[in-house]
Design a protein around this ligand. Structure first.
Ligand SMILES: [Zn+2]
Length: 169
């Protein structure tokens, strides 16, 4: 949790309005993705992550049924080789800006999970807190802030959480 007192956070802080704008935009994009990823959640669950460097958009990633060696490094076991949205976005960003530049930049990751509302065709937000493997990738790449959606079923509203690098240890 960011309590607003962290000064290294303030340097590249997104306004609440801007964060919401970005999350809404990602929600629209996620709705256009073909359902992929975790079929135990009904197959209608879609996850998208975006990376911003110095407040500028760099790239998206989404959960995918394509395997990738990069994901294997961060999977929970040898069989978990499918790209997660976060590792997908990280891999793309490394390709675009280079590993070293990525690591030393002020980076923010936005993550949105959408899921079908029960008995409805409507999509609502789901909890998109990164899994352990993605958290490791986030720490490795020194991503400073992570903004992720909370479960709309639980909160009753479209709410999100901000984690800083410090929260990840
Ligand atoms: Zn993950």
């Amino acid at each position: 949790m960011n309590d607003g007192s962290s000064s290294d956070f303030d340097n590249f802080y997104f306004s609440e309005r801007r964060m919401r704008e970005i999350l809404d935009n990602l929600t629209l994009r996620a709705r256009k993705l073909k359902g992929s990823g975790n079929t135990s959640s009904g197959g209608g669950c879609r996850l998208i992550a975006a990376i911003y460097i110095n407040k500028r958009f760099v790239t998206f990633g989404y959960n995918s049924n394509k395997s990738n060696p990069f994901q294997m490094k961060y999977g929970k076991n040898d069989k978990s080789i499918f790209f997660h949205a976060e590792t997908n976005a990280i891999k793309r960003a490394i390709n675009l800006v280079g590993f070293d530049e990525f690591k030393r930049s002020k980076t923010t990751m936005f993550i949105v999970r959408i899921k079908k509302k029960p008995n409805s065709s409507e999509y609502i937000w789901g909890l998109s807190k990164p899994c352990r493997g993605c958290t490791t990738a986030i720490i490795d790449m020194n991503i400073n802030n992570i903004i992720y959606t909370l479960d709309e079923d639980q909160t009753g509203v479209k709410a999100f959480e901000i984690m800083t690098r410090k929260d990840l240890g």
